[in-house]
Design a protein around this ligand. Sequence first.
Ligand code: SF4
Ligand code: SF4
Length: 302
Amino acid sequence: MENTVDIKESPFVQSPVVPTSYDGSKVIQFRCHKEISCFNACCKNIDITLTPYDILRLKNRLNLTSGEFLLGFTEPYEMDKDSIAGVKFKPVEGGTACQFMTDEGCSVYEDRPTACRYYPVALVSMRKQNEYTDTDSYALVEEAHCKGHLENRSLTIDEYRKEQGLDDYDVQGRGWRQLILKKKSSGPTVGTPSKRSLQLFFMACYDIDRFRNFVTSDTFNEVYDLPEDLKKTIAENEVELMQFGFRFLRQVMFSEETIAMKGDAYDKRLARKQEREAAGLVSGESVATPDSSCDHSECSDN
Ligand code: SF4
Ligand code: SF4
């Protein structure tokens, strides 16, 4: 089903994104293969945002920690005016091509990111202000250099998504997309995130190895009341840990009660902080109450 927009009214007239939104039943004409004249053209000038699941897959493929992967292959950027962080691929030194492009094609093909799988389709997730659920639709990207649109093959967007292994990627990326949409659609009611919650967002979404250390620390477990089986699961399974991170961030950023807190967490934190202050180890800043979880300094290392 198509939802056509008058192109003359559209802000996308100069854009390769066709200004029409589609659902998965839309039939497209497209094929990409090694013999095509434009082979690799799309990987020579990249602007690719990575999802948390993309990072997890790629860092494991390369046998790197998340921190090593972020340093070597990505650069952060601000997704919105409140400094919610996104992470993009860092191109080759002094150039615009993807670091994983080879003459033979993509060297990480089985673990290529969501955006590479979708191309030339774009996923458009939207949420209206104060609505709780988001809706997905698709747009087509038609760039002059991409000759795949001239190939004689027709399939629906749903078939294309399946072929590209996107079912799994979309499921695993949904929690992250929902956080971003909720932040963008909440407006001033949610307020500007504190520096601490922005740091937690970055760590939980993109630096999964550091996040694992954080949630398995005594400090975290002193505050949050996690069942033993959940502790074990998130310590051993990275995908579950990533999903737990999205839940945790809903609590940190939007004060949703997604994770039970220990009743005596505040008292214990305060007592420990006072002990450390008395010993001259920290300055006399206040400890946030569990109610002010957007600030989240109860989870800090101080
Ligand atoms: S990850 Fe692979 S498909 Fe994506 S831009 Fe890089 S080389 Fe191209
Ligand atoms: S057909 Fe399009 S997607 Fe495939 S290599 Fe060419 S430019 Fe890239």
